[in-house]
Ligand binder design. Structure first.
Ligand code: AQP
Length: 354
């Protein structure tokens, strides 16, 4: 049970070109959710310096993500769009969460293991603490629902663990301050200041895979540009990348079970399904028995139809950066007001003088 007022929060890092995985796994869900919910969408620029400290143009990347949000259909007037570093309360709450979370929790994160590789002693402390800042991003608004791609599931479980530990450790203080709500977590009644966030993961492409290797996630930081379709790719680039995408020699199966063990085929069918708002079964009912030489051109047409309007609108928006900056500034002020109220209450709960 979650008695907190529903509020959607999510973020995207300005670490490179946005790709189809970011769009299908996250941004498209952001757009759908704004119909029935209050939403806060953030360009998480402080996360961008965890893996790589110096960026040649972080400001341009930040504006580009904001432009992608708006070009995809997010309404920055009804909802809130801003960049994380404009609201310092994220960092303030992250410090508290660094003291709530345990180092072992962070070291177990698969994204940390993947990104640090054999070099765990040498990566930044920020990379290890990334999930703590992510928990603060969400919980500084006491948001209840977080649309993300499948790769972020483990970080959201950690955000729940942090919220749970804070609620239990400070239970008496939360009550004494006259704050919090009675909720049940599992079967346990808890007096909670922070909600148990619910991840919103799903659809036919919760994890879009690389076009060059169906076992690897499509990623901004993959050195091969052919591995991903970028939101800013033109028609020629989209067509070339899909035509060069790795496949196998067999025809498409007629049933979803036939995709088992065929990672690249499954990925392309999932992308087609997500882009056309169909299920994989629908797509195979249409293309089962056909070769990739017939399927790929249909996928090119579909991808171009969906992405070209976003691409055009992003270019138009990026021609006037002062407009994007004004949207981010306004969003930052509105987000900051909510975050400050939470931090005032957190200070009271912990016992910091203010
Ligand atoms: N391949 C993907 N399939 C589905 N969803 C994805 N997301 C990322 N890749 C895929 C979702 O996009 C949102 C924003 O991601 P992010 O940029 O904040 O961080 P990330 O998950 O680390 O994305 P990348 O592209 O892999 O970036 P780099 O290479 O910089 O690490 C999230 O909701 C994410 O789940």
């Amino acid at each position: 049970m979650n008695a907190f007022k529903p509020l959607v929060f999510s973020g995207v890092q300005p670490t490179g070109n946005l790709h189809l995985g970011n769009y299908l796994g996250a941004i498209r869900k952001f757009v759908a959710l704004q119909e029935d919910n209050d939403c806060i969408y953030c360009v998480v620029d402080m996360h961008a310096i965890t893996a790589q400290l110096v960026h040649s143009d972080l400001k341009a990347q930040t504006r580009s993500i904001a432009a992608a949000f708006i070009a995809s259909g997010i309404d920055p007037v009804k909802h809130i769009v801003f960049n994380q570093s404009a609201v310092p309360q994220h960092a303030e709450l992250a410090w508290v969460f660094n003291c709530v979370a345990r180092i072992g929790w962070m070291e177990r994160m698969t994204q940390f293991k993947d990104k640090s590789g054999k070099n765990a002693e040498q990566v930044s402390l920020g990379l290890l603490a990334y999930p703590s800042l992510m928990a603060a991003d969400i919980l500084v608004y006491r948001a209840t629902h977080v649309p993300v791609g499948d790769d972020q599931k483990q970080h959201l479980e950690l955000a729940r663990d942090i919220a749970q530990k804070f609620n239990i450790d400070f239970g008496d203080h939360i009550r004494k301050a006259g704050l919090g709500l009675d909720i049940t977590v599992g079967d346990e009644p808890v007096h909670a200041y922070f909600p148990m966030v619910e991840p919103l993961i799903g659809g036919p492409a919760p994890r879009v895979m690389s076009l060059k290797d169906g076992t690897k996630k499509m990623s901004k930081s993959d050195p091969s540009d052919l591995s991903r379709i970028n939101l800013m790719d033109d028609v020629d680039a989209i067509s070339k990348k899909i035509k060069k995408a790795k496949t196998d020699p067999d025809a498409l199966p007629s049933e979803v079970e036939g995709l088992k063990g065929r990672a690249e085929a499954e990925n392309l069918v999932g992308i087609y399904a997500a882009l056309s708002d169909k299920t994989k079964a629908d797509v195979l009912a249409e293309f089962g028995g056909q070769q990739f030489s017939a399927f790929k051109p249909a996928l090119v047409d579909l991808a171009v139809n969906v992405l070209a309007p976003i691409n055009n609108e992003m270019r138009r928006l990026l021609d006037d950066v002062s407009h994007i900056d004004a949207i981010l500034k306004d969003g930052g002020e509105r987000a900051g007001a909510i975050a400050q109220k939470t931090m005032d209450e957190v200070r009271d709960i912990i016992g910091f003088l203010r």
